[in-house]
Design a protein around this ligand. Structure first.
Ligand code: GLN
Ligand code: ZN
Length: 764
């Protein structure tokens, strides 16, 4: 019999129960034991769903009140000393302090203890809390939660597979907090604690432990690769069966290593690395369990079960009961259940499979492999859905394919090289040196949100909603005029979200009612789903922008979201390359840029904050990604005359390794985040001799603190030291939508003053 299991399950609950309980607890409305009761109930419900779907184990240890890496920081006894815990605080209170920091006491001069840093979990939009390591870091088996959850599941009568983040991935994902030391050196201290954990689990009666080492899919330094064999030789001593789990990325040079480690089974991601399945099946000794991730844990599409079975039948014949089936990775990254999507039409719903549905797919595959006739009906249903998706005109629009195929070869090139465009634009706009601008959004006030909500509920009609938004736009324009900014924006009041706003107006997108996935802590996002060919039927931003331009003589900058960011923050169709979908979105943006140009808008910004996070996990794959990603941007940006100025914006500035590609995007102006790094990150642009204009952020918009003119002057001087004055813009780090008006006005006033002072120094 084939064993079926899942690497992990969403924690939030079908209706985001955990989110709401957490937030109530943080507001002091419910006590820790009430929160714990919510957690316990969710786990019980989720395990039951796994059993109901016929899984051979329930997975225990994937639950977290904030983040699974943070769970391990407590489990392994390495809470950073800087939090100064006395040992008397309850574990959960300490846990939330690690996650959320200690607020500064009123009047205290100390900064409090900032939370652990948060960063993206591999190439997902889930953020984990980063462990901190110093040479003094020690480890101990310091938390009981995992064992208590195992007991819970056992008491409910479930067969249990526990899950742990492996020791090497845990160290890798952390950060060295002092110089001259390597966190890998901590491995020897860490392994005995893992050994003790495994022994405890074994004593509880757990047979299988899934030990996640996703870093086996990364380009690892030799020392890290070499550490695996001795580490796992150590863990083998615990006497519990280990399933080593890898995911997200091909194993490549680590494939042989993964197959020969002294564990009892190996899970591989058959969706991200289908080309490696045959090699793994060859290399992995036949007595070891081979867990194949054949159901996509990163995306929302129903599995083509026939195709999966074609692959599995041969393997099943050879390996028999040692073949296991699972989603490719934890189901943490997909929404809960399609059954909750009552707003989508039947056809679309039929194409989707969320976490609960994916468990069912595993059961059908298992039944089919066993020749169980119970598989017939669901297989037929899946087949029909796959065929309907393939044949649907909603998915395949011949006009879109036609247009892409017939693009002229130079469609992704501006008409003239940058120097010519720069002089045409200088003539047209006559901007002062060091022109000032902002990144696009102005404060999204409670009134704006209330108006939008009322409009969505049908309580505010379209005309009144328009009036309300125009009032906001007029206010934003008046403020910018009064401040003396040089290039204005309309403020994005009408936008809920920079991707959703465009997706709602484009063909090929749909939106779920309840398709939440955890982003960090209690925060969830509901990504759009791109199911079909993308096209634009009418202008999306022109009216608002033209209205804003009508209020001022200063240039009004149009504001669009770029194709890669849209792709990156959505669930994307899996029936064509991502590059094709990106190009389709790019053409829709290109049409919008042209319409703005025709309407007299001379400057258009195409935001691409997500271009870097789309980088593949393997460096070898970067070049290909960057080639199509930058082409998509250029397709969007190149349909305009020389004197139309294209800006782009990215909310970070670690560009060192991708500067040639950033330059190849050929935006006339790029604005980036640099203030938090004190302009240090700008040096790469200077050394590279970045050819086009650049606006390094001179103040951090992530806090309400108002920076002084002197601070910004200092940053501007640092920028002037590396960037030619004629190419330098002055702007904040990012959009201002999370800020309030008073601090926004004060900060921008100081920014304009800093720019003017610098101009005078340059002139005199
Ligand atoms: N134009 C957007 C804004 O100002 C850009 C947001 C972003 O960079 N993430 O909000
Ligand atoms: Zn930004």
């Amino acid at each position: 019999m084939t064993t079926i299991h899942t690497l992990g399950f969403p924690r939030m609950g079908a209706q985001r129960e955990l989110k709401f309980a957490l937030e109530r607890h943080w507001r002091g409305e419910i006590a820790a034991d009430e929160l714990a009761a919510v957690g316990r109930a969710l786990r019980a419900r989720h395990w039951q769903l796994q059993r109901d779907a016929g899984l051979d184990f329930v997975t225990v240890g994937d639950f977290a009140y904030y983040d699974h890496v943070a769970n391990h920081i407590q489990l392994l006894g390495c809470e950073p000393a800087r939090f100064g815990f006395s040992g008397d605080e309850p574990a959960l209170a300490r846990y939330f302090t690690l996650a959320r920091g200690v607020a500064r006491e009123a009047g205290a001069s100390e900064a409090g203890s900032p939370a652990l840093e948060m960063t993206k979990w591999f190439d997902t939009n889930y953020h984990y809390l980063v462990p901190e390591f110093t040479p003094e870091t020690t480890f101990s088996l310091a938390d009981e939660r995992l064992f208590a959850e195992v007991d819970e599941a056992l008491a409910l009568g479930h067969p249990v597979k526990a899950v742990l983040l492996g020791p090497l991935s845990f160290l890798w994902l952390g950060k060295e907090k002092s110089a001259g030391f390597a966190r890998l050196d901590l491995l020897d201290r860490l392994l005995p604690v893992y050994g003790a954990i495994l022994a405890r689990l074994k004593a509880q009666g757990v047979q299988w432990v899934q030990i996640d080492e996703p870093i086996l899919g990364l380009d690892l330094p030799p020392a890290w690769r070499q550490a695996f064999e001795p580490a796992y030789a150590h863990l083998a001593g615990a006497g519990v069966s280990l399933l080593l789990a890898t995911y997200f990325s091909p194993l490549q040079e680590n494939l042989g290593l993964a197959c020969r480690l002294p564990v009892h089974g190996l899970h591989v991601d058959g969706v991200r690395a289908p080309e490696e399945i045959a090699a793994v099946a060859d290399w992995l000794p036949s007595h070891k369990a081979l867990s194949l991730g054949v159901v996509d844990g990163r995306n929302v599409w129903r599995t083509d079960l026939d195709a999966a079975l074609r692959l599995l039948r041969g393997l099943h014949e050879v390996r028999g009961g040692s073949l296991w089936l699972a989603p490719s990775c934890s189901l943490l990254h997909v929404p809960f259940s399609v059954a909750d999507e009552t707003g989508l039409d039947e056809e679309l719903r039929g194409w989707l499979a969320f976490a609960v549905d994916k468990l069912d797919e595993l059961r059908v595959l298992k039944q089919a492999l066993a020749g169980d006739p119970a598989a017939e009906a669901p297989l037929a249903q899946a087949r029909a859905a796959i065929q309907s998706r393939r044949a649907s005109r909603r998915v395949n629009d011949p006009a879109v394919a036609e247009r892409l195929a017939s693009l002229p070869a130079d469609a992704d090139r501006r008409r003239s090289p940058f120097p010519q465009r720069q002089s045409a634009q200088r003539d047209r706009f006559g901007l002062p040196p060091l022109p000032t601008t902002t990144i696009g959004s102005f404060p999204q006030t409670a009134e704006i949100r209330a108006a939008r909500a009322a409009f969505k509920r049908g309580e505010l009609n379209a005309a009144d909603y328009r009036k309300a938004m125009e009032k906001e736009i007029a206010h934003a324009v008046a403020v910018q005029e009064a401040l003396g900014l040089d290039v204005l924006v309309h403020g994005e009041a009408e936008r809920n979200d920079m991707v959703e706003y465009f997706g709602e107006q484009l063909a090929g997108f749909c939106f779920t009612g309840n398709g939440w996935v955890q982003s960090y802590g209690s925060r969830c996002v509901k990504p759009p789903i791109i199911y079909g060919d993308v096209s634009r039927s009418r202008p999306m931003t022109v009216d608002w922008t033209v209205y804003a331009q009508s209020l001022t003589k200063k240039p009004m900058k149009g504001m669009l979201t770029g194709p890669i960011t849209t792709l990156q923050w959505s669930f994307v169709r899996d029936d064509q390359p991502r590059s094709t979908t990106a190009a389709q979105i790019a053409l829709a943006v290109r049409d919008e840029v042209s319409d703005l140009e025709r309407a007299g808008i001379g400057i258009v910004q195409i935001d691409e904050p997500a271009i870097r996070e789309g980088l593949p996990l393997r460096r070898e794959a970067w070049r290909d990604y960057l080639a199509w990603a930058t082409r998509a941007f250029r397709l969007a940006a190149s349909g305009v005359a020389d004197e139309t100025q294209i800006h782009t914006h990215m909310c970070y500035s670690e560009f060192n390794d991708i500067l040639p590609e950033i330059a190849a995007m050929d935006a006339d102006v790029i604005t980036i985040e640099t203030s938090r790094s004190d302009m240090e990150l700008l040096h790469a642009f200077g050394e590279f001799k970045y050819p086009n204009e650049i606006g390094p952020g001179v103040y951090d918009i992530h806090s309400p603190r108002v920076p002084s003119t002197e601070e910004m002057t200092r940053l501007l001087d640092k920028a002037l030291a590396v960037i030619p004055a004629g190419n330098l813009w002055v702007n904040p780090d990012c959009g201002l939508k999370t800020r309030g008006w008073p601090e926004t006005e004060a900060a921008l006033r100081a920014m304009v003053a800093a720019a003017r002072a610098a101009r005078e120094r340059l002139g005199g």
